[in-house]
Design a protein. Structure first.
Length: 89
């Protein structure tokens, strides 16, 4: 499991992105890139990382379920994800 510091850092980045979203949109529309560089780095949405809601893992993330592939497989095997069945042919 990811350390809680990583999860908290990602939450903090999310708040910063939301705070500066309208200002960034204005500056981009005006093409004022000099002022855009004065904003905090974490104000950019590209700095956000998708993390598993349960384990905090960032690699092998499934957007549809908001969890990692490992967690997905465990939950699906136990039948805890509705509508998901193991494929067989």
């Amino acid at each position: 499991m990811a350390k809680t510091a990583w999860l908290e850092r990602n939450k903090r980045k999310q708040k910063t992105v939301e705070k500066y979203a309208s200002l960034r949109a204005e500056l981009i529309a005006k093409k004022d890139y000099a002022s855009l560089t004065q904003l905090p780095r974490d104000a950019s949405p590209t700095r956000l990382v998708n993390r598993c809601r349960i384990t905090g893992r960032r690699r092998a993330f499934l957007r549809r379920f908001q969890i990692s592939r490992i967690t997905f497989r465990e939950l699906a095997s136990h039948g805890l994800i509705p509508g998901v069945t193991k494929a067989s042919w």
